[in-house]
Design a protein around this ligand. Structure first.
Ligand code: NAP
Length: 249
């Protein structure tokens, strides 16, 4: 029986790489992002490699859109038993310049989005007696200048992860979080642009602070997701794995 996975924010960056990795591990994958058309290239790459995937446009912070998206997954791919809550946005600013809208959107996408997706997907996992939820936190959960909204959301996801692990464990569902450090994606490229430095200089400065002396790539995160999503990881739950090239403080 094929396992069905949902990956949110999967049109690009970490989510796209996670979707391709889970497909190459044999899972059918629902590639969800705001714009359905933007998901299609990822679906085509998965299909070209012999995998199975569908593209779905949905805003993870929209309750009706989330419920409809999960129903489509059930109808077109089968009941989902793996969920990767990866969709994310940044709206960085120092506290005194941060607007309430910038606070709200970051909370809505990361926290409300992960809540709505998990609530919609868990009923299929508990019915199956098997499930894997992986939430994308961040090293910013430990505090990061200019990211009061994002660091609060990413720390919130760690509490969310531990609580779901407590509630869902007896149904065979594990819930874990991955907290990446600096990963080369459009998100970090946008941060470099906002700070007025080239992406190459920004990466070099970050790498100089990272014990393994390089910045991360989406495959580094996909590898950790594949571990948590695997059937053999059933005794690992409620954990936060920092994937940051070194210890975090
Ligand atoms: P990215 O390149 O910006 O990709 C994020 C994706 O999420 C985009 O395709 C975006 O769509 C989508 N998205 C945004 N809001 C959404 C919504 N409401 N509903 C559905 N999809 C939505 O980011 P990334 O770097 O791959 O990051 C992926 C995850 O890892 C995020 O949760 C991020 O916070 C986390 N993370 C990243 C890093 C890093 O260094 N890159 C470090 C730690 C944690 P649009 O393009 O249409 O906005």
């Amino acid at each position: 029986m094929t396992t069905t996975a949902i990956v949110t924010g999967a049109a690009r960056g970490i989510g796209a790489t996670v979707a391709r990795r889970l497909a190459s591990d044999g899972l059918a994958v629902a590639v969800i992002d705001l714009d359905e058309a933007a998901c299609k290239p990822v679906v085509e790459q998965i299909e070209a490699a012999g995998g199975r995937a569908i593209a779905i446009g949905a805003d993870v912070s929209d309750e009706a859109a989330v419920d409809a998206a999960v129903e489509r997954v059930v109808a077109e791919l089968g009941a989902p038993t793996v969920l990767v809550n990866n969709a994310g946005v940044i709206r960085d600013n120092l506290l005194f310049r941060m607007s309430a809208d910038d606070w709200d959107i970051v909370m809505n996408v990361h926290l409300r989005g992960s809540f709505l997706m998990s609530r919609a997907a868990q009923k299929y996992m508990t019915a199956a007696g098997f499930g894997r939820i992986v939430n994308l936190s961040s090293t910013s959960a430990l505090g990061n200048r200019g990211q009061a909204n994002y660091s609060a959301a990413k720390a919130g996801l760690q509490g969310f992860t531990k609580t779901l692990a407590l509630e869902l464990g007896k149904f065979g569902v594990t819930v874990n979080a991955i907290a990446p450090g600096f990963i080369e994606t459009e998100m970090t490229a946008a941060t470099a642009e906002r700070m007025g430095v080239s992406f190459e200089d920004f990466k070099a400065a970050a790498a100089a602070q990272i014990p393994v002396a390089r910045t991360g790539v989406p495959d580094d995160i996909a590898h950790a997701v594949a571990f948590f999503a695997g059937r053999d990881a059933g005794f690992v739950s409620g954990q936060v794995l920092y994937v940051a090239g070194g210890p975090t403080t």
